[in-house]
Ligand binder design. Structure first.
Ligand SMILES: Cc1ncc(COP(=O)(O)O)c(C=O)c1O
Length: 373
């Protein structure tokens, strides 16, 4: 019997045809296809902000930090409950990710704790759209303005979401999306930085191509830069035409993908309502497109429920180990909410191809387990 997948890449014939088109055109690297993907993303987000595609969400975060000239001796506030990518991206720029606690209802960065972690070296704050939520982002911008910080939103989970009546990515200081294989849309691997800061956008465009000045413009015209200058550190972080071709097809499907994810989450909520021993995060599920569906399992039964689901061929997960407990990012202070939440969090299957039948199996398995006291 096949496992019910926790997440998966939802790709098909359209992506295959698009890949064949790029292969037939004879250039797989970064060119016109990437330019079109950037333009289409900008149109979808309904924004005039700059969109810069790169080869992972982690690269997007790293370039955001690096191109703000945040580096050795500088600190960035990051919630401890996030994928290690957020921490590594800050560290890759030579800066220190400073782990902060999270709010108990949404696992969003706790600004009371963040205030305690502020020093004269703090240069930016990186709120994470955990489980696609960023409804409290306004408070982060107020905090950042008060303390003179840049805001780098880790919106890896946030593609397709609506916030204050606008798409996430329509406005903000700097947002970083991920298009890795299991995100709300995928380009195989991939990511994008969105910012209205024209100077920063230029730096990031160059930095994704080894710092080669204005190489982006040349590549979009199908040309090469034979003579050029380099002003800053750069990386091989650009997106390829192959990736962009997949991303463009996925973007056409975002409406369908979003509806399916939302409908699965709505069913989970309906069917689990009032169940003793299980609760939800307090998220605006009607406006977000959940990348992961996280529940809290109380009474110390989370691991047992995980085992029960796995023995029923249902995959599940834990998002994420608090970073301040990892050796490399260990802190000398506890973060009690993060530590409690992570002992209760369980991620249930969610992707755009999850069937009603599969959902029924997951729901029945959870219910049966919680009935046994
Ligand atoms: C919260 C968060 N931040 C950053 C990333 C990094 O994105 P990528 O996998 O595209 O490098 C991820 C991806 O899983 C993520 O979940």
């Amino acid at each position: 019997m096949n496992n019910i997948r926790l997440s998966k890449s939802c790709v098909g014939e359209e992506e295959k045809i698009a890949l064949a088109r790029v292969i037939d055109a004879g250039y797989l690297g970064m060119g016109r296809e990437v330019q079109l993907f950037e333009e289409e993303l900008q149109a979808y987000l309904g924004t005039s902000l700059h969109v810069i595609c790169v080869n992972t969400g982690t690269a997007a975060l790293h370039l955001a930090v690096q191109c703000l000239d945040i580096g050795p001796g500088d600190e960035v506030l990051v919630p401890s409950i996030t994928y290690v990518a957020s921490f590594q991206a800050v560290a890759a720029a030579g800066a220190k990710p400073v782990a902060c606690d999270v709010t108990p209802d949404r696992a969003f960065i706790d600004l009371v704790d963040a205030e305690r972690r502020l020093t004269s070296r703090t240069k930016a704050i990186m709120p994470v759209h955990y489980a696609s939520d960023s409804q409290d982002i306004g408070t982060v911008y107020t905090f950042a303005a008060r303390h003179g910080l840049r805001v780098i939103e880790d919106a890896a989970h946030g593609f397709g979401c609506v916030r204050d009546g606008k798409r996430v990515g329509a406005e903000g200081d700097i947002l970083c999306f991920s298009f890795d294989g299991i995100k709300n849309i995928t380009s195989g691997e991939g990511g994008a930085v969105v910012t209205g800061d024209a100077e920063l956008a230029r730096r990031i465009q160059d930095a994704r191509l080894l710092g080669v000045e204005r190489d982006t413009e040349k590549r979009f015209k199908g040309e090469r830069s034979w003579t050029f200058d380099v002003l800053h550190q750069g990386y091989r972080y650009h997106m390829s035409n192959l990736m962009a071709a997949v991303g463009r097809e996925q973007l056409k499907k975002i409406g369908r993908f979003s509806e399916r994810r939302q409908s699965c989450v709505a069913r989970y909520q309906r069917e689990f309502a009032g169940l003793v021993g299980l609760s939800f995060l307090d998220l605006d599920y009607e406006n977000i497109v959940s990348h992961i569906f996280v529940v809290r399992v109380s009474n110390g039964r989370r691991d047992e429920l995980m085992d029960h689901l796995r023995s029923n061929n249902i995959e599940c997960g834990i998002h994420y180990q608090p970073n301040h407990l990892l050796n490399y990012f260990e802190t000398d202070y506890p973060l009690p909410i993060a530590e409690t939440l992570i002992s209760e969090f369980l991620t249930l299957p969610l992707h755009a191809e999850l069937t009603e039948d599969e959902l029924t199996k997951v729901i029945d398995a959870v219910r049966n387990f919680l009935k046994q006291v």
